[in-house]
Design a protein around this ligand. Structure first.
Ligand code: FAD
Length: 346
């Protein structure tokens, strides 16, 4: 039995490691363009120079898993074609290629490893007083702006967006903006234009599917993410499961919080499928949102099971500590294939 996991982010590594534990006689191969495991949730730390965001992928994967370094160009029926024109056959596929950030020319995507490294290289060269602009007021933009402002208080940091922290409760949002202002970040409400002068512009606008599923003929939603049934199986190819940012799972948002349990659930359903058992519908509830604001500040927002924020939140150093534990927990899950999550709302 040949099982291939396409993409080794949070969703793919959880699925692969869980499958390796449960199916000792299957041949499991992970295909990923790079030999590094990227902790995407730490890319803003890499940019600012306060942390790292990569480790050896080989160390994250179970020894029984074969690793193939390649970018998949097309998903065919039972066969993958790589960018280097090599092919790889599969009986079952877990599709977990994540999302990409198409940053406008001259800007650096916070969510991409190469761009984050290039942004860091540029940042360390900046003279005091230079301007860094962060485009996007979602949690990634807020984290990036505060991290840069904390590490480089000699720079002028701006964050530009039509709204800030829209997914947070109003009080938590106010706290985040207060912290940004205390750090000296210039919070600009409005639309960013490429003409705006800045020594470095960081693009923190939500990612999209990269088009692989659509050009492979898999059924997708309008955003190009693989359409799946309740058991995370592609609606157009029963041998393909799709998870994480690259899957259109109802009720999910692009997040590591959703990617990890989806990876685990797809692995379990694939095992059920191979052993003639009925798949179990995927169900998870979000528990909240975690925002780091530099290394010693943050905001933790709790949520109802349907991801709507509650009135409960906390900030400061305990929030920074909590967020750090969450990031470490995500890496631990990726490594072990073990994930804790709560069932979703009925
Ligand atoms: C700065 C930042 C902070 C964040 N903070 C949080 C947070 O606090 N909480 C949270 O829940 N989420 C957070 N997120 C979002 C979270 O990181 C993503 O939603 C999560 O990484 C999605 O996991 P994934 O496995 O689907 O995709 P990814 O982690 O992106 O992994 C996809 C993998 O597929 C590989 N791949 C891509 N194309 C191909 C191809 N053609 N062939 C083979 N492999 C391919 C990629 O190289 C990558 O290794 C944050 C994101 C950023 C950028």
């Amino acid at each position: 039995m040949k099982i291939v996991v396409a993409g080794a982010g949070y969703a793919g590594t959880v699925a692969a490691n869980r499958l390796a534990r449960k199916l000792t006689d299957a041949q499991i191969t992970v295909v990923n363009p790079s030999s590094e495991f990227v902790e995407r949730v730490r890319l803003h730390e890499l940019i600012a120079g306060s942390g790292t965001a990569t480790r050896s992928l080989r160390e994250v994967l179970d020894d029984r898993i074969e690793l193939r370094i390649a970018a998949i160009e097309k998903v065919g029926d039972g066969v993958l074609t790589m960018a280097d024109a090599q092919s790889l056959e599969y009986d079952k596929l877990v599709y977990a290629v994540g999302s990409s950030n198409h940053a406008p020319e001259g800007t650096y995507a916070v969510g991409g490893l190469d761009a984050a490294r290039a942004a860091h290289a540029k940042l360390v060269e900046l003279d005091a007083g230079s301007t860094v602009t962060v485009v996007g007021g979602g949690l990634t933009g807020l984290e990036a702006a505060s991290e840069v402002a904390t590490e480089r208080p000699d720079l002028t940091v701006r964050i530009v967006s039509d709204e800030f922290g829209a997914s947070l409760s109003s009080r938590a949002r106010r706290r985040v903006l207060d912290v940004l202002r205390d750090l000296g970040v210039d919070v600009v409400t409005g639309e960013w234009t490429p003409e705006e002068p800045a020594a470095l512009t960081l693009w923190a606008v939500a990612g999209q599917a990269d088009g692989l599923a659509a050009r492979s003929g898999l059924a997708t939603d309008a955003a190009g993410r693989v359409a799946v049934d309740a058991c995370l199986r592609s609606t157009s190819n029963p041998n393909v499961y799709a998870v994480g940012d690259s899957a259109a799972v109802p009720g999910a948002r692009l997040s590591c919080q959703a990617a990890l349990p989806q990876g685990a659930a797809a692995a379990d359903n694939l095992v059920r499928d191979l052993t003639g058992r009925t798949g179990k519908p995927f169900s998870m509830s979000f528990v909240g949102q975690n925002v780091s604001l530099g290394r010693s500040n943050g905001v933790i927002q709790s949520a109802h099971r349907n991801d709507v924020p509650t009135r409960i939140w906390f900030g400061g150093r305990p929030a920074a500590y909590f967020k750090e534990r969450v990031c470490r927990g995500a890496l631990w899950s990726a490594r072990t294939g073990r994930v804790a999550s709560f069932p979703g709302p009925k």
